[in-house]
Each structure stands twice: as structure tokens, then as C-alpha cells.
Design a protein. Structure first.
Length: 230
């Protein structure tokens, strides 16, 4: 039994043995403390602010750049033609005055318009001749002889207008030929052939008019647009 007690008995170190380990333990504790401090600092939120970050108010004001306005467009100066030293300027002679020779006709101006042509009477192959066959106190009988100068038959239209002293038409007829027709337009009497007049022949259109006084000459007489002969 005494032997076992001696085996398990713990020997206490002496002061001489403990003193050399104190600096080592202090250094290890210091290193552990520094590591803890560095870990705590690294885990702090960024809202605390970095000591090296500059405060917003400490930043320099932004630099404003003045943009110049667009200049008003100006027309380019007129280009001056280059003058070649070797080129010579030939003076221009004034135009000689135009002289007209007396007695020589001046040609007409091409832009001058010719006078309008006078309308010609219509050319017709059917003509008429007016005459009075019989005269009474209050009326008269007249005639228009319609003549066809062509070889082929032609229709005819006679237009008669009288002065105001000639009154109403009593009757009309075509002598020796089929009768025509008549209509009135205002104070003009229009007679139209019933059948064409044969070529190279004539037919007499006769009429009986009332009258006041002695006048019996028509103020207008035409056959197919041509004036009658009296």
C-alpha cells in the first residue's frame, strides 16, 4: 500500500520551474486577445463608418461645365472668283445703234396679231328672190321664188320678218308643188319645204298678209340662211 501511494502522489512544481513559463503564457494570452479584437472589429456593421471614408459633406462640390450656346448660323461670305494673272480682260463694245434706211419697209413684228377675219355669208346652193304679186288696200300677196342651183334635190327653209305695219298671215301655199309647213317665232314666220326642190329648178312660195298703209317690203328675208334678193 505505501508503494501505491507513492506511485500516484502528484509532485508540485517549484517556483524555479514555473517562472520561465510566465512570459510564454503572457505572450500566448496577448496573441489570443489580439485575435479576438480583430475578429470583433471585422464583424462590426459597415453603418459605423470606415475611419478612412470621407464624410459626404467633406466632398468637394461638383464642377459645373458651362456649355456654350450654338452660334447663329451665318451665311458664308460670297466667294470671290479667282483672277488668273495671265488672263486678260477684253472690254465689251457697246451695241451699235440700229438705223433704219429711209424708204425701206420695216419687217412686221411676228408677235403682232392679224385683225380677226370678217365672217363670210354662208355659201348655199338654194337661193330666194322676193317680189310682190298683187297689192290691195288692206293686204298684199307676195312670193319668194326658191331656186336650186345644184343637180340634186335640196330642202329649203324661208324666214320672213316684216315691219309693224304688216299684220297677220292670212294664208300661204307652194305653187305647183306639195305644200310645206309654217311656224312663227316672235315676229318671224318660218316656212319649211314639204318635199325637196328638184335640181336646177325653182318653186314659188306665196303668202297673203294683212297690211296697214302701203308698205310691203320685208325687213328680213332668208333662204337656208342666205339673204333673198329683192
Amino acid at each position: 500500500m505505501p508503494g501505491l501511494r507513492r506511485l500516484f502522489a502528484v509532485r508540485k512544481p517549484t517556483a524555479v520551474e514555473v517562472l520561465p513559463w510566465i512570459p510564454t503564457l503572457f505572450g500566448v494570452a496577448l496573441m489570443i486577445g489580439l485575435m479576438v479584437i480583430s475578429i470583433v472589429l471585422s464583424l462590426r456593421p459597415d453603418s459605423a463608418g470606415d475611419s478612412t471614408a470621407a464624410e459626404p459633406g467633406a466632398l468637394p462640390p461638383p464642377i459645373e461645365f458651362a456649355v456654350p450656346d450654338d452660334p447663329e448660323p451665318t451665311a458664308p461670305p460670297p466667294s470671290t472668283p479667282a483672277v488668273t494673272p495671265s488672263a486678260s480682260v477684253v472690254p465689251t463694245r457697246p451695241a451699235a445703234p440700229v438705223r433704219t434706211t429711209p424708204g425701206r419697209e420695216t419687217p412686221p413684228d411676228p408677235e403682232e396679231k392679224s385683225p380677226p377675219a370678217v365672217p363670210q355669208p354662208p355659201q348655199t346652193t338654194v337661193t330666194g328672190r322676193y317680189q310682190v304679186l298683187d297689192s290691195f288696200g288692206d293686204s298684199f300677196i307676195g312670193e319668194v321664188l326658191v331656186s336650186n342651183r345644184e343637180s340634186s334635190p335640196q330642202h329649203w327653209t324661208v324666214r320672213l320678218r316684216f315691219p309693224s305695219n304688216v299684220g297677220n298671215l292670212r294664208t300661204f301655199w307652194v305653187e305647183g308643188a306639195p305644200q310645206g309647213s309654217m311656224r312663227r317665232s316672235g315676229d318671224t314666220y318660218i316656212f319649211t319645204s314639204g318635199v325637196p326642190v328638184n335640181g336646177r329648178s325653182s318653186v314659188p312660195l306665196r303668202f297673203h298678209y294683212d297690211r296697214v298703209g302701203s308698205g310691203d317690203t320685208p325687213s328680213s328675208c332668208t333662204v337656208n340662211g342666205a339673204t333673198c334678193s329683192i
